[in-house]
Design a protein around this ligand. Sequence first.
Ligand code: ADP
Length: 531
Amino acid sequence: MSEELQSCHEDLSTVNHQLGKKVDELESANDDLTCWMTSTDIATLLLATNHTIQRFTPPATRLFNLTPSDVGRPIDDISAHINDSALPGDIDEVLRTLMSCDRELHNDEGRCYLRRITLYRTADNCVGGVVVMYIEISALKRAEDDLRIMTSRLEDRVSERTTLLEAQRDFMKLVQDSIVEAILTVNEHGVVLSINRAGMRMFGYAANDVIGRKVNMLMPEPYRSEHDAYITRYLQGGKPHVIGVGREIQGLRNDGSTFPVWLNVSEIVRDGLRLFVGTLHDLTEQRRIEYAARERQEELTLLHRVYTAGEFAAVMAHELSQPLTAISGYSEAGLQHLRRGQVEPDGLIDKFEKITLQTQRAGQVIRELHKFLTRDAQQREPVELNALIRSVIELLTPQALARNVRIKFMPSAAPITIMALEVQIEHVLVNLVQNAIEAIQAAGKAAGTITIRTSADPGDMVHVTVQDDGPGFTGDAARRLFERFYTTKPKGLGMGLAICRSIIEAYDGQIRAEQPMEGGTVFHFTLPHQA
Ligand code: ADP
């Protein structure tokens, strides 16, 4: 019995020792919990499964009207500064589902909290109740709101900017496509990055045939082979003058034909890359006009020379015929004397014969020349006078504009056809218009106007007037204008109007100069209608 007691006592003392240890552990844990509960900044409630308060942290009093004596009371009965009417329902939900629950709440002052309910379990893993924590997230919320506002503003600005850039890009494209110059963008390796519509038209390619390929495909040799080295030299600083300075080069179309182009290159830097923008102007049409004008001018100059020679020949024929006749007469008389043997100078006879022969031949040559220079009647053909005048105006407009003189044309309502050698009538008109320009300029006028009019009555003569608002003419000029060699210009020949008269009279027309009431000069000439 005592042995049994002894054994029982030992067991009890072991259990007691273990219990003491457990109590120590529990107290230590309790101290830790109390320590955490008092020091934490987070409002926390420890509630039993029936919602009664087990413990709470000091910050919890900021949200609930709690005093230490409230321990043991249900939290549902405690008034709160935070609107958390969902708390009882959420606690029951957590106890039922064994899952924690989060909810965002606001207190009376507008602060924002994240309320988290989690289960707490006892040491033997039974549900002991719930822990309710209120974590203030106002700053986080504000930052989140700020971020949202900033993001939305940023998005608005990005969208605004995108719209603006798109509008600008569309506008630039429209502008680029509407200009007649070709515009090409090329990178440092000479690869085409863009080409506008005019460029495609000019070279006869679609954009995709050119973009991504070397720009030298648009150049004939030797430009094609030289181009890479050209860019390299430029990039190494060898030829800075190519930028911004235009130059003429040759372009190569898709069909293999070449054409003159005026090229201007400028450099831009984009995203750290050096790009070249080439602007190309097709010179083909300009060249054609220049060439036609030059040809016309040469033709007219030639004609002028021929006519001048003709007029000179006429003068020479007239001036030389008398002395030649006299020489011939004297020579023959001399010969007669010699033949009669009145003198005996050996060898003179032969010489006199030669003089006579040569002088007669000279007279003949001069007559022949005049005849040759005035033959043209058989070459006349139908010419539309108004069209001819328009081409003369086109030819002389650059010259007139350079002196601030405007050429006006008032053609007849109906076309006028004459039988003529086009170049002769052109010559008359060029002469009259050039004289008018020179007269206006010589008078020191800042600007002037030349008016050309045509009219024709059926069956009657064709009338053409060339009127200027220059100084007119004075003194004996009225009488002498059409005289050969009459000129008031320091470098004048005085043959222009004489030639005009010869031409017009060769057509059975007439030419005269008048001084209209309003001042200036008007030349009036007539030509027969086509029969
Ligand atoms: P040139 O032009 O070589 O002088 P022209 O025979 O063409 O020879 O002209 C002769 C002269 O007639 C000119 O020097 C000038 O004095 C006069 N003249 C011609 N046209 C006009 C005009 N439109 N207005 C005033 N004077 C003119």
